[in-house]
Design a protein around this ligand. Structure first.
Ligand code: FAD
Length: 392
């Protein structure tokens, strides 16, 4: 197996680095660095999305006629890793990585012409309305109803854990349009204007103190039938396609490396405060193990990505990447708390000097618990791996 970058790939990496040097401002780097929630706020991710769009680099995986770059998987890996290592903000994925590919695959020409340019220029900020109070891992049990009435559907019910619904002007959602037959066969995929009368967004605070998620209530909300993607009752196909992107369409190792580097920087900061973690052999060994685990994960990711054709998604193997990445994320965050030691118990009081990383470590740890829940819980990923990859 060839793990060295070819001269052409090295030149591409240099091009990406040069772009980052010119376009990534210290303010945006700082915004990403101090984000403990799942995604940075729109005022941080938005300007970065625009910079990428200006360069034609926002949606590498889309077809070229809609703005794709035609990069192969290794080039995508290099690009994502370099952005993460440089501390670039995470682009909000709901439009570019989730609903965009669904519209490209299942949308009408009119839907493509309307929505895709608005995703690219940031005019629409999307949220995902899949989960409900009684439907998470078992998504097919969702109950929110969409009853046909003339040219519209009338929606009643609620969605929960809806990330950034309070920022979004659009939601893509799964709704129940039939109770006949198999549960999966009565679901449709709708694009919903969040300003429609009858939508109420209720804040949910996370354990780490961030405001990321919401419960969204729908009371007699009218949505034009023209906003349905795919045929009525065939939304499950869109959902399955989208979940593949949600679970494995991303490249994780660069972000994990950048998170580990943040722990390294925190260790340095503590040293400046007279606490030298490097004298603690157990922690030093644990740090070394994490570095080795990350190297292995990076090789695994590169090997899987390297075997894909342009535009191809890893398929069920993405469950392995999602599971490993979320567990590594948690292990690194746990290390952050161990590094803080007794200070962790007073995390609200850790002195917040300008530029200090220490107050971030506990919220980061608390929020990292969610990584083995959203995008498909760890136990569910294990079942997929057992069935689809191992074949049991
Ligand atoms: C921070 C965060 C952000 C989120 N953002 C969004 C969003 O933007 N949009 C959205 O639609 N949803 C979102 N979600 C919801 C997320 O997708 C669900 O929480 C997830 O699918 C799990 O569903 P659940 O919470 O109902 O838990 P459950 O499905 O009830 O699971 C509870 C426990 O049972 C286990 N379990 C369930 N089924 C099985 C099984 N078959 N075999 C073995 N074990 C099983 C699970 O692994 C878990 O440990 C978010 C969640 C979080 C935490």
């Amino acid at each position: 197996m060839q793990l060295e970058l070819s001269p052409a790939e090295q030149a591409f990496r240099e091009e990406v680095r040069s772009f980052l040097r010119k376009n990534l401002s210290p303010e945006l780097q700082c915004g990403q660095r101090y984000t403990t929630g799942v995604y940075p706020e729109p005022e941080i991710s938005g300007p970065w999305q625009q910079a990428l769009q200006r360069a034609g680099w926002l949606v590498p995986m889309w077809p070229k006629e809609w703005g794709g770059t035609g990069w192969n998987a290794v080039e995508r890996f290099i690009f994502e890793s370099e952005c993460a290592l440089a501390g670039a903000p995470l682009v909000h994925p709901m439009g570019v990585r989730l609903v965009g590919p669904v519209i490209l695959r299942f949308g009408t020409e009119e839907q493509k012409r309307h929505y895709l340019p608005r995703i690219l220029n940031g005019q629409d900020y999307w949220c995902q309305g899949f989960s409900e109070p009684g439907a998470g891992s078992d998504l097919a049990s969702l109950k929110m109803t969409a009853v046909p009435d003339g040219d519209d559907y009338v929606l009643n019910g609620s969605k929960i854990w809806t990330t950034h619904a309070h920022h979004a002007n659009m939601m893509f959602a799964l709704v129940r349009t039939s109770n006949a037959g198999k549960r999966q066969e009565g679901i449709s995929f709708l694009l919903i204007d969040m300003k429609s009368p009858g939508i109420d967004v209720h804040r949910i605070d996370t354990i780490g103190g961030d405001y990321d998620v919401n419960q969204v209530f729908f009371t007699d909300v009218r949505v034009p039938k023209a906003n349905r993607v795919g045929a009525e009752n065939e939304g499950w196909n869109c959902a399955k396609y989208l979940l593949e992107f949600e679970r494995g369409g991303g490249i994780f190792s660069g972000r994990l490396r950048s998170q580990l580097k943040r722990i390294g920087d925190a260790i340095e900061e503590l040293k400046g405060r007279g606490i030298d973690i490097r004298k603690n052999g157990t922690l030093v060994a644990r740090f070394g193990e994490l570095c080795a685990d990350l190297d292995c994960f990076e090789m695994l990711e590169l090997r899987i990505m390297g075997s894909l054709q342009p535009g191809q998604n890893p398929g069920p193997i993405s469950s392995i990447l999602k599971l490993r990445a979320s567990r590594m994320k948690q292990a690194i965050a746990e290390m952050g708390v161990e590094v803080l030691g007794p200070l962790a118990s007073q995390w609200d009081d850790v002195e917040h000097k300008d530029g200090s990383l220490l107050p971030l470590l506990v919220p980061d740890y608390l929020n990292s618990r969610a990584f083995t829940i959203f995008g498909g819980a760890a136990e569910v990923q294990l079942s997929i791996i057992a069935k689809s990859v191992v074949g049991v």
